[in-house]
Write a protein that binds this ligand. Structure first.
Ligand code: BGP
Length: 473
């Protein structure tokens, strides 16, 4: 009973949030590099402020991040010590292709990830690789307009071909795009989109989304051709949507929000645009332009498994006057029955079980939880030790709920990677002080610190969870 013997326990990170070293190894500039911390961040990540170069008046947290680029051996050793079976990580596209449209890849970049994979294998850790985690070369944005341009499909597939071939012996589990539905909420991060004055933003977002969906299907095809052992997953930001009340208007709004969210996975998993999307996008005049072959591509190459992040549930009211709660770049009404994190995100472990059930009911495919965790401001003692009982509590309740979903509800779950095994930069705010790790990194909000790694209390706790295969929490 409980989790299967080969359940994949581990942690998840993203290149731009942990690597740093942005001008080393021949790497080019990426959209995520030019997202500043502070007041302008939101306008930049939503595509409303075009800042495609770094300037002297902003701070750019991705530039150094937590220096995984130089310290990956130490970090992976710590993951090994916790007993990780899997490490979810992403590729910085511009390490492989600095501009994005070159023919020949950058050998130094390829070698860097090969070294990372070898290091993982040394500890029996299997890499789970996100091909694009909010990652797009700036050159492709300037030259082609990012994912609004169909040409991106070819550039992305060229990257995929290089990755699948070169890393055939190290990697068999791939995710095509991180949180693909985030394109609607943070389109610069999700698709390299900067909007022009007067542009129909929704139309552009759905066009870019269509290109990513086609690219994802073709990447799945390619992955299977290069290595029949390859398994490819989609990845979306999940979290059940609750109606604020049983008023039918609230229930209806919640359903619409759900459909907006599931749209991407409906296409990636079922292989066609769901009828609700066809009708609504056509009515709003934003149905994307398609090539004649697209329908077949989507239908023929659905994903092998469904992966998702879960941080919280959402609560939706028909009336816009309800008090708001924060969340993973989504806003929702404040649920009066829940507690909230220091950043105002709802905490809802039962919501996790509900979400797991909903997704499994909808798709009937193996699932992988690839992000879940608590962002908190840790206070280290004189030795740098953090007693993060609040994080343990959050994870314990969520893993308990996940176990119930497996044990009592029968959902098919391949693994769980918590966000994040080591402190890193926040995607939403660019802050360092919003920490998620089992390992503390001595790096402060103003960029100071030694970058030393120190195990937190949760490190030992998670180690025990893995050792007992989730039996002892
Ligand atoms: C998801 C992203 C991650 C990660 C996480 C936590 O949306 O896939 O990259 O950062 O959320 O969010 P934040 O960093 O804003 O706290």
């Amino acid at each position: 009973m409980g989790f299967s013997k080969d359940f994949l326990w581990g942690g998840a990170s993203a290149a731009n949030q942990c690597e740093g070293g942005i001008d080393e190894g021949g790497r080019g500039l990426a959209n995520v590099d030019v997202c500043p911390a502070g007041a302008d961040r939101n306008a930049v990540i939503t595509g409303h402020k075009k800042m495609l170069r770094m300037d002297g008046s902003h701070r750019y947290p991705a530039a150094e991040a937590v220096d995984f680029y130089h310290r990956f051996r130490e970090d992976i050793r710590l993951f090994g010590e916790m007993g990780f079976k899997v490490y979810r990580m992403s590729i910085a596209w511009t390490r492989i292709f600095p501009h994005g449209d070159e023919e020949e890849p950058e050998e130094e970049g390829l070698r860097f990830y090969e070294d990372v994979f070898k290091e993982c294998r040394k500890y029996g850790i299997q890499p789970l690789v996100t091909i694009s985690h909010f990652d797009c070369p700036v050159y492709l944005i300037e030259r082609y307009g990012g994912w609004r341009n169909r040409k991106m499909v070819d550039f992305y597939l060229h990257l995929c071909r290089i990755l699948f071939t070169r890393y055939k012996d190290y990697v068999t589990h791939w995710l095509t795009f991180n949180e693909i539905n985030m394109i609607l909420h943070a389109p610069f991060m999700g698709a390299g989109l900067c909007f022009e004055e007067g542009e129909d933003e929704e139309k552009t977002k759905y066009q870019a989304a269509h290109h990513e969906l086609v690219a994802s299907a073709l990447a799945t095809k390619l992955a299977h051709e290069v290595n029949p052992e390859n398994k490819v997953g989609c990845m979306f930001a999940a979290g059940s949507v609750y109606p604020y009340s049983c008023r039918p208007e609230d229930v209806w709004e919640a359903l619409l929000t759900d459909q907006e969210n599931y749209f991407f996975v409906d296409v990636q998993s079922r292989g066609y645009y769901p009828s609700y999307a066809v009708k609504r996008l056509e009515k709003r005049g934003v149905f994307p332009q398609m090539q004649p072959e697209d329908k077949d591509i989507l239908r023929q190459y659905p994903v092998d498994f469904i992966s998702f992040s879960y941080y919280n549930s959402r609560c939706i009211a028909a009336s816009k006057e309800q008090e708001k709660a924060e969340g993973n770049l989504f806003q929702s009404a404040k649920n009066p029955y829940l507690k909230f994190s220091g950043w105002g995100w709802p905490i809802d472990p039962l919501g996790f079980r509900i979400t797991l059930n909903e997704i499994y009911d909808r798709y009937q495919k193996p699932m992988f939880v690839v992000e879940n965790g608590l962002g908190a401001a840790d206070c280290p003692d004189g030795e740098g030790y953090v007693e993060d009982d609040y994080r343990i509590e959050y994870l314990r309740e969520h893993i308990r709920a996940m176990r119930a979903a497996v044990e009592e509800d029968g959902v098919d779950l391949m693994g769980y990677t918590s966000w994040a095994p080591i402190d890193l930069i926040s995607a939403g705010t660019g802050e360092m002080k919003k920490r998620y790790g089992f390992v503390y990194v001595d790096k402060q909000e103003d960029g100071s610190g030694t970058l030393e790694r120190i195990k937190k209390k949760s490190f030992y706790w998670y180690q025990h969870v893995i050792k007992t295969n989730g039996e002892e929490l």
